[in-house]
Design a binder for this molecule. Structure first.
Ligand SMILES: [Fe+2]
Length: 278
């Protein structure tokens, strides 16, 4: 049974908090500032990942009332697996860095957090006032850890969309926001991540705001500034890998192993807010 939400008011869509407490607090404060209650926040998963405060981020998201999808990090932590399940090739930079943060997160989270993670849905449906339905998923339609970036071809995204049986998709996992109307009229939206900048050379993080109308959906992709220095300092205090701590400050990922050529070429180019009507 897939949980279904009716979108009858603005919805804030957030990607992974990634154990970044300062960014998660800033996002929730931004929602409050906009008058958006916790129940109208949707998180596409990966509450826990690279940063210092896995347990506190779980607590915050659990208390917020937000609808949270299971990410690969939750799937693997709930199962007590040995790694984050991103499928990084052995001994690549991503693999070595992820082993360090995953062990840190596994030490922090409690049985209660893991039970919560294990009970999160893998798919959520979002019904729009105009009758169209969006599928909310983490990576891909069949594979939770599939990286689908903006450079993915329309054909590839349309095949993923077709597998959901819905009119559009809201996905997470890849960490860089984008929104695209696909050939044939479908929508693909990725809200980016809250816990890590978008590899655009700025410390800002990103979220999306959906505003439903009677016949169309307004979509905004928006930046969020937060106390990234405090988040980086917390990572250093926890003796987590310096690469991601520095990445919070520089806005540049310490490893680009997972990036397709187009996203690699765009590294360090500041993103701009985006608006789309679908
Ligand atoms: Fe993920």
């Amino acid at each position: 049974m897939i949980p279904t939400l009716r979108l009858d008011a603005p919805l804030l869509v957030m990607g992974g908090p990634y154990s970044n407490l300062q960014a998660t607090e800033a996002l929730l404060a931004e929602a409050a500032r906009r008058g958006i209650p916790g129940e109208h926040i949707l998180c596409t998963g990966d509450v826990v990942a690279y940063a210092a405060d896995a347990a506190a981020c779980c607590d915050l998201m659990m208390q917020s009332g937000a609808r949270v999808l299971m990410g690969n990090c939750e799937e693997n932590l709930a199962a007590g697996a040995e790694d984050c399940g991103c499928g990084f090739a052995e001994d690549t930079a991503c693999d070595l860095l992820s082993r360090a943060w995953y062990a840190h997160a596994l030490r922090q989270v409690t049985a209660r957090h893991r039970a919560w993670m294990g009970g999160l849905p893998r798919r959520i449906h979002l019904d729009l006032p105009d009758g169209r339905r969006l599928a909310v998923l983490h990576g891909g339609a069949r594979e939770i850890s599939r990286f689908l970036f903006a450079s993915a071809g329309d054909e590839e995204l349309r095949a993923e969309l077709a597998a959901t049986g819905c009119a559009g998709v809201i996905a997470g996992h890849c960490g860089i926001p984008f929104a695209r109307r696909l050939a044939g009229g479908g929508l693909w939206l990725n809200a980016g991540a809250i816990g890590m900048p978008a590899n655009d050379g700025t410390p800002r993080v990103w979220f999306a705001l959906l505003t439903p109308g009677p016949r169309e959906l307004g979509i905004e992709i928006l930046p969020l500034a937060y106390d990234h220095a405090a988040a980086a300092a917390a990572m250093r205090r926890a003796r987590l890998p310096e690469g991601y701590a520095a990445g919070l400050e520089s806005g540049l990922w310490p490893s680009c192993d997972v990036l397709p050529p187009a996203e690699l070429a765009a590294r360090g180019q500041a993103l701009a807010p985006r608006r789309l009507v679908w």
